[in-house]
Structure formats: C-alpha cells, structure tokens
Design a protein around this ligand. Sequence first.
Ligand SMILES: [Zn+2]
Length: 94
Amino acid sequence: MKFCTHCGKELIDEAVVCTNCGCAVNGANSIKGADADDDVPNGGLNILSFFIPLVGFVLYCTMQGRTPRKANQIGVFALVGFIINIVFLVVLTM
Ligand SMILES: [Zn+2]
C-alpha cells in the first residue's frame, strides 16, 4: 500500500496517478526503482546470516528475486559463517 505524496490519499500499489487529486504518483513509472532503493546491503542481516547460516540461506533464497544485491551479500556472509561453523565443528571433534 502506498499514499499520494500530494494529497495523502491511499492508493493501490499499481497506481500511476492519484485517483483523488490526479497528480502523478512519485516513482510510479518504476516499481523496479523502489526495489532498487531497498536493494542496499543490510549490516544487521549480514551479521545474522553469519552467525545463523541457515537463516541466511533462507533470506538469500527469498530476497533473490526482489533485492539481488542485498541477497547476494547475505549469501556470502551465510556461506562464510557456514564454513567457519564447519571448521569449528571439525576442530572441536578432533
Ligand atoms: Zn493525490
């Protein structure tokens, strides 16, 4: 759900112009653009993925479609975290 930046009326996500005031909806011609704004690597999620690789892999899979850059970085952290976990496991069991 989004809102008209001009009059504040609630709009459907696909709206290009506001049905209330008729002004163009901000960023309307690029739903992809909105995703690109959101496609910024997220430090918190990276760290979470590093410590809990399984969560990282799930995030990687679910975010791949919409925010590939963010997803790729989470994937890298998850992979590194996974490898370190394996190394620790091997070291601890030897
Ligand atoms: Zn409006």
